[in-house]
Design a protein around this ligand. Structure first.
Ligand code: FCB
Length: 481
């Protein structure tokens, strides 16, 4: 891939540069020091669920390598690190007793980050639900939201004001619809009604946890949520295609943005899903609880989508044109007459099209709609099939080009007046990429899964140079930095 945008854009000194990971994807040590099982342990050990039968049992073994990994972050010059806390490490069964060893692990991580001058951005839930909570109904069960708030309260008490930003949930769309509708993610349930319950209970969990954190640490404590807002376009101006896009926008984006930022569900969703549920699980007062002032909205962005009216083919487990692993039961609940179209390349190893303009569009739209709400790119990055060259380096020119163009796109959005304050590259290091196991590498640092050795890729050196200078370096410079 070549770049489509110029180099040299300057960012202000107060723009925050970081990178992101998630607990199950990097930690390993799944049965160490009292950690309980999560839905991803169960799912990944179920034959056929994850490519090549990979599990997070060892992953990048980060649990045992924190000092070295944090030192590496320091060498890269990261200003912030977005990581998630494994709920089952803190509370092995998801309720009751807390596990001191788990709390100590994250407390030590936070201290080390601060000692390196790196701001800790904590995500409380990046998909590793304690298995006993799933056994009791998981996110389809309202109780899970209440348990989540208790867990959040405990973490807030222990980590306290050492945390720069508290993010409640990562991508509740994935938790709801990949977890409970298409079932390509844990817990692997395929039940549309449960998926919609999960939507509401995740929204409720966000609100309750945000309130618990503020209750412990004060009203001004910065809380956020990270959403994977889908940028979808209609294939034509035909009203049927425009309606197809509207359906996707509703079930992908508005069901989260609506309650979280506006305090109400989009009324269209009730009609779109009327055959599945009457949404009786939304109780009086819930919407007031869900809407909490956010310090920032986290935006994860990778690619765009295109839809038209039509009858989609049944999914067969291969990567679908919507960017997700396909399944006989579609994740697009309430949108059964919507067909996703393949998009022209270039594509990443995920099959995702590369379109930085989609990021500008998304940021501008969000800013116009919520002018007072600061934004952060909490994930952006690309998987490619990297190789180690004879010189021992990973010359991941395609990833460099991807980051180059998307970071320039962030700058363009800023020029257009969007208040975007931070950028976190996904990911700090290669890791367990959910249903695709270790096959898809997103890191700016390579992990050798035999030796667990870390090697900073060209993209990592390039990103470090960007952070050092505040200026987007040329992609060509990456190989020699
Ligand atoms: C996002 C997830 C993250 C990672 C990237 C590629 O949906 O939040 O964990 O898997 O996709």
């Amino acid at each position: 891939m070549t770049t489509t945008r110029p180099s040299g854009r300057q960012f202000p000194a107060d723009f925050l540069w970081g990178s992101a990971t998630a607990s199950y994807q990097i930690e390993g040590a799944v049965d160490v020091d009292g950690r309980g099982p999560s839905i991803w342990d169960t799912f990944s050990r179920t034959p056929g669920k994850v490519l090549d039968g990979d599990t997070g049992d060892v992953a990048a073994d980060h649990y045992h390598r924190v000092p070295q990994d944090v030192a590496m972050m320091g060498d890269l010059g990261l200003q912030a690190y977005r990581f998630s806390i494994a709920w089952p490490r803190i509370q092995p069964t998801g309720s009751g007793e807390f596990n001191q060893a788990g709390l100590d692990f994250y407390s030590d991580l936070v201290d080390r980050l601060i000692a390196q001058g790196i701001d800790p951005y904590v995500t409380l839930y990046h998909w590793d639900l304690p298995q006993p909570l799933e056994d009791a109904g998981g996110w389809a069960n309202r109780e899970t939201a209440l348990r989540f708030a208790e867990y959040a309260r405990k973490v807030a008490e222990v980590l306290g004001d050492r945390v720069t930003m508290w993010t409640t949930l990562n991508e509740p769309w994935c938790s709801s619809f990949l977890g409970y509708a298409s079932g390509v993610h844990a817990p692997g349930v395929t039940d549309d009604e449960k998926a919609l319950r999960a939507v509401h209970h995740l929204n409720l969990a966000h609100g309750l946890a945000a309130r618990a954190i503020k209750d412990v640490l004060g009203e001004d404590t910065p809380v956020s949520i990270t959403l994977n807002l889908h940028v979808t376009r209609a294939a034509s101006e035909d009203p049927a295609d425009v309606e197809a896009k509207r359906r996707i926008d509703t079930i992908a984006n508005e069901v989260f943005i609506g309650p979280i930022l506006d305090g109400e569900y989009p009324k269209e969703v009730f009609a779109d899903t009327a055959e599945i549920t009457d949404w009786g699980f939304v109780l009086d007062g819930d919407l007031d609880l869900i809407k909490v002032p956010l310090a920032v909205l986290g935006v994860n962005y990778y690619s765009t989508g295109k839809v038209k009216h039509g009858t989609p083919p049944k999914g067969d487990g291969t990567p679908g044109p919507d960017g997700h692993r396909s399944s006989p039961n579609s994740p697009w609940v309430g949108a059964s007459q919507v067909e996703w179209l393949p998009l022209p390349g270039p594509h990443t190893a995920m099959g995702w099209n590369i379109e930085p303009e989609g990021l500008v569009e998304l940021l501008v739209e969000l800013h116009e709609r919520y002018p007072g709400l600061p934004l952060a790119i909490t994930e952006n990055g690309a998987a490619f099939y990297d190789t180690v060259s004879e010189d021992g380096r990973v010359h991941d020119a395609e990833r460099v080009a991807y980051l180059h163009d998307h970071i320039d796109a962030v700058g363009e959005a800023r020029d257009k007046g969007v208040d975007v304050r931070a950028y976190f590259v996904w990911s700090l290091m290669d890791n367990f990429e959910w249903a695709y196991g270790f096959d898809r590498r997103f890191g700016i640092v390579r992990v050798d899964y035999d030796t667990l050795e870390r090697t900073v890729k060209d993209s990592g050196h390039w990103y470090a140079e960007l952070i050092r200078t505040g200026t987007v370096p040329t992609p060509e410079s990456a190989a020699t930095l």
